[in-house]
Write a protein that binds this ligand. Structure first.
Ligand SMILES: Nc1ncnc2c1ncn2[C@@H]1O[C@H](COP(=O)(O)OP(=O)(O)OP(=O)(O)O)[C@@H](O)[C@H]1O
Ligand SMILES: [Mg+2]
Length: 309
């Protein structure tokens, strides 16, 4: 149950949308009992495979030799100091920016129309058709660093946008779903409010509701708890855990918040701005216990060393 909405089952929203729309890609959910932390490696399914990418703006290389896998059901943390390239990496993962070098591959289920069966399929994003890219991106839910709700639209209208763009639902069905998604993040009754009329924490939750509008298999959040008080940040973490537990979504989160990383992260990559590459990869709690790299330890203990933990 989310945010005290005891009458509402989070799965109901998913099922409702699934009954109303036909989804062409990635139409599978990991059962909740398989999404527990520290799943044995043998049971993990790769969902996003980042193969030796270089990210650059023109001639300016931001990061290079990034090589890691995000597994299905992971809450994958992108961490590192300010300006190291976290948001840039997120933009690469959601198909908005092309790597200067290397590949980003998504392992999804696609419907085989002949056999009426789903089959596992690897899509190399920058080496596939525009139509396949579009279908894949339909499966991405994104919360940008700025929050980026449209200020001239109500919360319900903001959430309706992706539903209008990608589904053939009627406007009354869309509004019903928008209300359902708002209720899931504790904003029932706020459909008619404008972003300026609600608090920062509520705007973040509305952003989350919009990211979830199409029931995506992939959720990407850039600094979801930035600017929130510790209690709201904690509630947002709980909500992210609930989303993963109930839907089995794969969630990629950029965050500076140590409490969040340890509370929700199941895997991570650490980007270093000096060497311009990843210097650690794994469960943040494991990195804290086992890393010998001073840069990683300093980051994970806010420069205090291991004794404070
Ligand atoms: N559109 C752009 N053109 C050129 N350089 C850019 C552009 N966007 C970002 N950069 C540069 O790329 C580097 C990484 O930026 P990015 O926003 O990805 O960092 P970040 O890790 O998300 O930082 P923060 O923690 O402050 O959000 C920075 O040096 C930034 O100045
Ligand atoms: Mg950023």
């Amino acid at each position: 149950m989310l945010w005290g909405f005891k009458h509402l089952d989070i799965k109901t929203a998913s099922i409702t949308l699934k009954n109303l729309t036909e989804r062409e890609i990635g139409d599978i959910k990991v059962p909740p009992d398989l999404t527990v932390k520290n799943l044995p490696d043998s049971m993990k399914t790769p969902h996003i495979i980042v193969k030796n990418i270089t990210m650059a703006y023109g001639d300016l290389v931001i990061q290079q030799n990034l090589d890691f896998t995000v597994n299905k059901g992971d809450i994958f943390i992108i961490m590192g100091g300010s300006g190291c390239g976290k948001s840039t990496l997120l933009r690469h993962l959601v198909g908005l920016q092309k790597p200067a070098k290397g590949d980003i591959i998504y392992n999804v289920l696609s419907k085989n129309s002949d056999l009426e069966q789903n089959r596992q399929k690897e899509i190399n994003f920058w080496n596939t058709s525009a139509e396949e890219q579009r279908l894949l991106m339909k499966n991405f839910g994104i919360l940008y660093q700025s929050g980026a709700l449209w200020s001239s639209m109500t919360l319900a209208e903001n959430i309706a946008l992706p539903l209008e763009a990608y589904t053939d639902l009627s406007s009354s069905q869309i509004m019903e779903l928008a209300s359902l998604k708002l209720a899931l993040v504790g904003l029932a009754g706020f459909e008619g409010y404008y972003p300026s009329e609600i608090s920062g924490g509520m705007r973040k939750r509305a952003g989350l509701a919009r990211a979830m509008a199409l029931d995506p298999d992939f959720l990407f959040f850039d600094e979801p708890s930035a600017g929130l008080d510790p209690v709201s940040a904690r509630l947002l973490d709980d909500l992210i855990l609930e989303l993963r537990q109930s839907f089995g979504s794969t969630i990629v989160v950029v965050t500076h918040e140590l409490a969040s990383m340890f509370a929700i992260g199941t895997n991570s990559v650490f980007l270093d701005p000096v060497t311009k590459t990843m210097i650690a990869h794994g469960d943040p709690k494991y990195l804290l216990e086992s890393s010998k790299d001073e840069r990683v330890i300093n980051f994970l203990t806010r420069g205090e060393g291991k004794q404070i933990v």
